[in-house]
Structure formats: C-alpha cells, structure tokens
Design a protein around this ligand. Structure first.
Ligand code: ADP
Ligand code: ZN
Length: 524
C-alpha cells in the first residue's frame, strides 16, 4: 500500500469516492491483515468494495465466488471501466478466451477474478488455481452472497457447500464471506460451512434511511392506483405480483397505457428473461413487472420505486425485495398495496399445504407481514425489530411517521371481544369468536351451545373485517395472546383483564380498508 498515503487516497484513486461508507474502512483494514471475515450488510451497503479495495492493495490474485453470471459480468465491466484489472471465467466463454484470460492472470494483469462456484471446483480449474497460488499467490477468496451455503437462507445452492474444499486446499488464504441475509441462524451456518477461522464479524445496521416505506389500502381499482403511482414516479421501478398471470396482465395493461413495461417471471424463456432484465437495467424500459423470481443480484443502483401489488410472503423477502430500490443512496419509495382479500388468498394457499409444520411457519410469517402492514408504529421499527435491531422510531421517512393515523377509542368493542374470548373458555381462534359476536348460524356454535352465551350476536354493528382489524390490533398491542401451535387460539393475559375491568383504554388506528375500498374516487 506504500504508494498511497492512506486508504482514502486509494479509494479516491481507484473508485473516485471521497469517503468510506459506514463499516467499510474497518473491514478493509482487517482484510488487509489477512483475517477471515464475515460481512453482513444490507443490499446496497457497499459490500463489494470490502474485497475489491484490499484486492488492489495486496500482492497476488483475489478470487471472487459469485453465483450469478449476469452479476459477475456487471461487476467486472464496471471495474474495467475504472481501469481495474478484473476478469471472469464462466461457461459463456470459448476455450481460447479462457486460455487468454488465464494467461493474463499469470502475467499479473488481473487483480480480481470472478468465478461461479461450479467452475471453481471443476477438474481443470483447480490445477490452474494451484499454479496461480504457486506463481503469484492467491491474496484472498471472497464469497459473495454467502448465504447460498445455508439451507436456512432464501437461496440455497448446494455447490456452495463444496467451497470448503478451497479452505483445505489453501489453508493460509483468508476467506471473506459477504451476505445481506441477516438472521442469526444463517450467519452461524456460513461460519460453519465455510470453516471460517475466528472470523471478525461485521453486522451493519439494516436501516436504509433513504427508503420511504408506505402501505396503501388496495382499492377495488388497484390498477389505476398503480398506474397513477407509476406516472408520478421519477425514474424506474419494479412492481412485484404474486402470480405469473398477474404479472403478464399488469405488464400488458401498463404497455396499453403508454408505460414502457416488461414482464419477468419463471414462465418466460431464458432469452426473454435475460433480454427483459437487460433492457430494464439499461433504461430501455421504465418498469419491470415481476414475480419474486426477479431480483437477486440485480445491480441497478437507481431503481426509484418498488411496489408490491400483492402482499409479500414474509418480512425477510419484503425487506430484500423493497431493498432493491435506492441502492445509490438517493431517495426511493417502497409501497405495499394491502387488502384483506389478499390475506384470504394467501391463507387459502397455506391451507393447501400438506405439511403441518410448513403451514405453521407460513401462518406465522403471514402474521408478521400483516403486523407490518397494519402496524401503526414506525415501519422501520417494525422491520428492524424483525432482524433483532432496535430502532427508536420517528424516522420521518415512512407513512406512519409522516402521517400518524388518527386513533379511535375502541374500548367497548375490545371489552365485547375479550369477554367473548373468556366466555368461550379461551379455546377458540379469532374467526370463531367473531362468528359468535356476529351471531352466526354456524353449526359448530350451536353444537357448542355458544348461541346461548350473553355475547352471542352483540357485535352485529361491526363488519367481520372491522372485528378482525380490532383483533389484530389487540394482538399487536399485546392486549391478548395467541397460541403459536398453528391453531392460533386466543388467550387472555394480564392486560386483557385490565381492559375487561375498565382499567385500560384501547385505542386503535383505523385505516379501515373496507371503507376506503368502497370509495374509489379517492384514487383520483
Ligand atoms: P452491495 O453488494 O452491498 O449490495 P454494492 O457493493 O453493489 O452493494 O454497492 C452499492 C452501491 O454503492 C454501488 O453503486 C457502489 O458503487 C456504491 N458505493 C460503495 N461504496 C461506496 C463509497 N464508499 N462511496 C460511494 N459509493 C459507494
Ligand atoms: Zn418511521
């Protein structure tokens, strides 16, 4: 590093940046001292620099394992644009191209070599790496998207498991594992599977201050709601839908309305997918309408909005998908369209699953999504608490902080609800309780004799959706509990009794979706 007075000089010289992002400097210093490292940073946090700069400052070659060919090409191109010796080897190259690149490497013209994991472990490649190690030295092995080694992550790739062979083959070469997946379980798995040696672990905050988070009630005229939002947006964006059919439909309608939009889902041919993705990245089209198949490794820093037209499956995927917005650090927005109808659809899908354990997990994940969408707290507080990170709230950059919802006093309704739970002996779930309150003719109620309870039929003045909203809010506020055995039986707790004894008022924020759905003129 002697030719640079400081890391900042090197940063400026190679990448043109004036300063490090949080965490980068320390990580780079540790990488320079040949420590094993595990770097957990949200998408867009600047992980690449953490292995790229050390690669340039150390003698020898840094090998970067990266799962996606498209991503690899992007990164290598942008490094080359900066005049940095980088190249990749993958199945898209001819033998002659491979030979010439290998020669460049042995002639020290390359500092960063990107490879896909399957290549790395192929018969011909390992002897080549031995030669590199012998002649010029391997300065580090960086493993991007390291969560792919873990079955607990969202993108398990069995080839990644083989990477530990490299650890044994080159015991003195430091490993750098990088991921944006935050859960503790995945972290532990990465350390174990890659046999990291007392790694320094860096876990950056998952807060993405430049993203504006909001949830909008999904109107009956959801499509016009979307169109309006897309028209108002500055720059490009992604619209996520649950089904391929919906993706095709929305992409088509947007095109009809003069928006440059393309679909992306697993039902398209490889060529179409690659071409649509490329056109999106190059700004030929403004909007990518996609299923969750789209996204991992998409390096488009200036995505200005991500809209979830349908409810996301779980909070972790939501965080990742929404996180594809604003990777350049400039303001961007993340919107969920939320309706009770969507919850019913997902509940239906969950009911079709045959494995009870899977059902249970799916239900719990759905609950968390609903808690998020219905929550009246700062959206960041809710999201980050899911990753085990505390956030004070008042972020000034989410809908709940910018437009706090008016609170209504629903103490009496809460008392009705909770006393019905008590009278049904705390043995039923939300839907049953609501049926009793609304005086349903449901056979089960008759069989249980619950049509004779004093709380039977005392809730006809509120809709099922209103009661559900109240029940969820009570759960969210901890005013009633729910068993997590998959049956979601409601149980009273000490706070429930305070409400029942009139020692506590219940306030809920009422963005009653049902009401808004009836007045689509609000869209205009
Ligand atoms: P990640 O891999 O963590 O998702 P990237 O490494 O792709 O993130 O970085 C995201 C964006 O931030 C890229 O456009 C990158 O050029 C930019 N970036 C990274 N470090 C810095 C820095 N110190 N200053 C300015 N921009 C940076
Ligand atoms: Zn907030």
């Amino acid at each position: 590093m002697s030719q640079f007075q400081s890391l900042e000089h090197a940063l400026k010289r190679f990448f043109g940046y004036d300063s490090f992002r949080p965490g980068q400097r320390q990580i780079i210093q540790q990488a320079l001292s040949n420590r094993d490292l595990l770097v957990v940073m949200p998408t867009g946090g600047g992980k690449s620099l953490c292995f790229q700069l050390p690669a340039l400052l150390k003698p020898g070659l840094t090998v970067v394992v990266s799962p996606l060919i498209a991503l690899m090409q992007d990164q290598v191109e942008s490094l080359q644009d900066n005049g940095i010796g980088a190249t990749f080897l993958n199945s898209s190259l001819s033998l002659a191209q491979v030979r010439s690149r290998e020669q460049d490497i042995l002639n020290c013209r390359v500092k960063l070599l990107y490879v896909a994991p399957e290549r790395l472990l192929s018969e011909k490649f390992l002897p080549f790496l031995d030669l590199v190690q012998h002649k010029i030295g391997i300065s580090a092995i960086a493993i991007d998207e390291a969560h792919c080694v873990s079955e607990w992550g969202h993108d398990f790739r069995p080839e990644y498991r083989q990477l530990q062979l490299l650890r044994y083959r080159y015991p003195n070469v430091p490993f750098l594992a990088l991921t944006a997946t935050a859960t503790e379980r995945v972290r532990q798995d990465i350390i174990q599977q890659l046999v990291l040696r007392q790694p320094n672990i860096h876990i950056a905050s998952f807060n993405r201050p430049n993203l504006y988070y909001e949830v909008q009630p999904k109107l009956k005229t959801a499509y016009s709601q979307l169109l309006q939002q897309v028209r108002a947006a500055k720059g490009s964006g992604i619209v996520y839908c649950l089904s391929r059919k919906r993706v095709d439909e929305i992409a088509f309608r947007l095109q009809q309305d003069g928006i440059k939009a393309l679909p992306y889902h697993a039902g398209l041919s490889d060529e179409d997918r690659t071409s649509n993705q490329r056109r999106f990245i190059r700004d030929d089209v403004q909007v990518m309408v996609a299923t969750i198949a789209f996204g991992m490794g998409i390096n488009k820093p200036d995505v200005r909005f991500v809209i979830h037209y349908d409810l996301p499956r779980n909070l972790e995927s939501y965080y990742q998908e929404a996180g594809r917005a604003g990777r350049d650090g400039e303001p961007a927005s993340c919107t969920i369209f939320f309706s009770y109808g969507d919850i019913k659809t997902i509940e239906y899908i969950i009911d079709q699953k045959s494995d009870p354990q899977e059902q249970r997990i799916a239900r719990q994940q759905l609950r968390q999504v609903i808690d998020y969408t219905e929550g009246t707290d700062c959206r960041r507080t809710i999201q980050l608490s899911y990753f085990g990170e505390r956030f004070e709230g008042n972020c000034a950059n989410c809908d709940n902080c910018r437009f706090p919802k008016p609170l209504e006093d629903w103490t009496i309704e809460s008392q009705k609800f909770l006393s019905c739970v008590a009278r049904c002996k705390e043995r039923f779930g939300m839907n049953y309780i609501i049926d009793v309150l609304r005086g349903s003719k449901n056979q089960k109620i008759q069989q249980n004799g619950h049509h004779e309870l004093s709380t039977y039929g005392i809730g006809t003045d509120k809709s099922v959706d209103d009661w559900k909203m109240l029940a969820r809010s009570l759960l969210h506020q901890g005013l009633v509990d729910q068993t997590s055995d998959g049956y979601s039986v409601l149980k009273l707790n000490a706070l429930s009794w305070e409400v029942l004894r009139r020692q506590r008022e219940v306030k809920i924020a009422v963005p009653t979706v049902a009401v808004i759905e009836e007045s689509p003129q609000r869209v205009a």
